[in-house]
Design a protein around this ligand. Structure first.
Ligand code: M6R
Length: 610
């Protein structure tokens, strides 16, 4: 998964390309590059290994100028991060191409092209595309027709931007399986992997659809659909503002996003309920009718969003008494699953572009589900556009790769869903009002738990020299522990695993010693006494415990056992409250270790490849 930007204008487009790339860096940051056609109609290119900042430095040292260009920030799939594998890839300074996605049949195409005399200079799957276009151009096909022909050869997913020095004021873009948006300016058009890249340049956008090809010139845009017919696609005006990249005094986006959670939750709740009722129509016009028929729910997601789904399943079965199954999207899409009658298919995703989640949704399309619902943070993402029902979390754009405010707002959205479904299946008005009230307490309670920031920063020092950590929880708090472990490993590179506390003695207890910190999520619920026994088992083996407890939990700090009372009163909102200290712990451990908090190694924010 990578980020693409392109532009055609009547003025130099290099600054727009570079700023766009910077804003797309969340999609990948192991190498970057851009190419322009200069005033002598020559192709000029700069590529670096590393982040966009390095590309900008290189550009400052030897600036390029051009009115037509493409740029790319890479997350390596085929071929390691290096200059030779960085995009744009070229064919003999004649063609330049950027690509986001994966070409699955690249081996076969490469062999065919080599047998025709083509040379390859990189290890990427992408290079076959530029060579294949050149091959088509050699047989007297025009530029646009060559791209259509090559699209037919490609298996897999792609968003492409292509330049041809024989047509200096023209950029051709195409998509299948990877997102691409056109930005509309005055005497200029842009193309990018998402609107965020182009917000400093324009607020007007067209979302390309599957199989679309855009033929872009400074004063003319023509869009063809997959059948090569010219089509009109609607223009959307974005309400997003440009200054969302401001860290507002925080050292990292992740910290800004952790502390923004009370606002993000308020925004997600706003307009979604009255004082005592959930507004079901917020899920879609016919949501009420669909929810009344729903007898079963299947939630499919990846990573953090999957953890949100796991917690929601506890709520759904307890409150709505509706069977709820949660599955990892990359597993779901490749297995046959038995679909029970009247099952609602729910996807959860921050980005709405996660390839596995999207593929799972697409495979659910004609599989016999009652309906599909997307819970997503990005309006007009592929997931929201392709689902029957949609509920947007209003977390605001999340830039840190580690998901924080997206997760807690997903839980808010899922709790609203649970109530909306439950009320179609017998939840009384009185109980609905009680649940809505619990939700409304959340922003203030999250603010309160954030006050433990300093204590958690101190606690983090004990973790910085450790290589492993265990996270324990029971019930829905096992999923909270899983999320805590994911955060820690993702940004601090400490190996962390979560276990159901009751499972410890069935194996993992063997790992416990003084070098293995054990973090326990200990809400004051019906499982607390059981959890306490599990913690004693750890203590007896010399393990050092870090316990996040509720008010009145009667767990006290002792030698080798540090208890942080987070002053929470147990209720359905507790999984959300207990997540916050774990986010802070991971953050501070990573800061102490000097890790790259917002852009952890090997990862990217939006995982648009399988
Ligand atoms: O955009 P999505 O919510 O679909 O992304 C799914 C995962 O890639 C994502 O949650 C990932 O696990 C986070 N970076 C973890 O913090």
């Amino acid at each position: 998964m990578c980020g693409i930007v392109g532009a055609v204008a009547k003025k130099d487009i290099c600054p727009v390309l570079l700023e766009g790339l910077q804003r797309l860096e969340y999609r990948g940051y192991d190498s970057a590059g851009f190419a322009v056609i200069d005033s002598d109609k020559k192709l000029q290119r700069i590529r670096i290994k590393g982040k966009v900042e390095k590309l900008q430095e290189q550009y400052r040292l030897s600036p390029l100028r051009g009115t037509t260009g493409i740029a790319h920030t890479r997350w390596a799939t085929h071929g390691k991060p290096s200059i030779k594998n960085a995009h744009p890839h070229t064919y003999k300074n004649q063609l330049a191409l950027v690509h986001n996605g994966i070409i699955e049949n690249h081996h076969k195409l490469r062999e065919e092209l080599i047998s025709l005399g083509f040379e390859f200079n990189s290890d990427t799957d992408t290079e076959v595309i530029v060579n294949a276009i050149s091959n088509e151009l050699n047989s007297d096909t025009d530029f646009l027709a060559a791209i259509f022909k090559v699209m037919k050869l490609l298996e897999g997913a792609y968003a492409l931007g292509v330049l041809n020095i024989d047509e200096p004021g023209r950029l051709i873009a195409a998509r299948k399986g990877s997102p691409l948006v056109i930005g509309i300016g005055v005497d200029q058009y842009f193309v990018a992997s998402d609107v965020f890249a182009l917000l400093p340049a324009t607020q007007k956008f067209i979302y390309l659809e599957e199989g679309d090809v855009a033929d872009i010139r400074a004063n003319k845009l023509t869009i063809y659909n997959k059948n090569k017919k010219i089509v009109d696609r609607p223009i959307h005006v974005s309400e997003s503002t440009v200054d969302i990249t401001d860290k507002q005094g925080y050292r990292h986006y992740m910290m800004k996003e952790i502390f923004y959670q009370p606002d993000a939750i308020s925004n997600t709740l706003k307009g979604r309920s009255t004082k005592d009722q959930v507004i079901t129509e917020e899920f879609g016009e016919n949501a009420k009718q669909i929810f009344s028929k729903t007898e079963c729910i299947k939630i499919v997601a990846c990573g953090t969003s999957y953890h949100a789904g796991l917690i929601a399943a506890f709520w759904m079965e307890k409150i709505a008494n509706i069977h709820c199954q949660v599955e990892i999207a990359s597993e779901y899409r490749y297995r046959k699953s038995v679909i029970l009658d009247n099952t609602l298919f729910v996807t959860v995703s921050q980005s709405g572009e996660t390839a596995d989640t999207l593929a799972a949704l697409r495979s659910a399309g004609d599989a016999g589900y009652l309906s599909t619902l997307a819970i997503c943070n990005v309006d007009e993402s592929s997931l929201t556009r392709e689902s029957d029902l949609c509920f947007l979390t209003h977390a605001g754009i999340e830039i840190g790769v580690a998901s924080t405010k997206a997760f807690t707002t997903q839980l808010v959205a899922l709790f609203l869903l649970v109530i909306a479904v439950a009320k179609e299946h017998g939840l009384s008005k009185k109980d609905e009002a009680k649940l809505v009230k619990q939700l409304s307490t959340l922003p203030a309670r999250v603010s309160k738990v954030l006050e433990h920031n300093d204590a958690i920063e101190l606690m983090a020092k004990d973790f910085a020299d450790k290589n492993h950590a265990l996270f324990l929880g029971r019930g829905s708090f096992l999923s909270v522990a899983m999320e805590g472990a994911l955060k820690l490993k993702e940004i601090s590179y400490i190996h962390a695993e979560a276990y159901a506390a009751g499972e410890l003695k069935h194996g993992p207890l063997a790992l416990v010693d003084e070098d293995m910190p054990v973090v326990a999520v200990a809400p004051n619920n019906n499982l607390l006494e059981k959890l306490k026994s599990n913690l004693e088992e750890v203590k007896a083996r010399g393990g050092k415990l870090y316990i996040f407890a509720d008010e009145i939990s009667e767990v006290e700090s002792t030698n080798g056992m540090f208890v942080l009372n987070i002053n929470n009163v147990y209720d359905y909102m507790s999984p959300i409250i207990h997540t916050i200290p774990l986010q802070l712990l991971a953050y501070y451990v990573a800061v102490i270790k000097g890790a790259d908090i917002d852009q952890p190694r090997n990862l990217a924010k939006s995982v648009t490849v399988e």
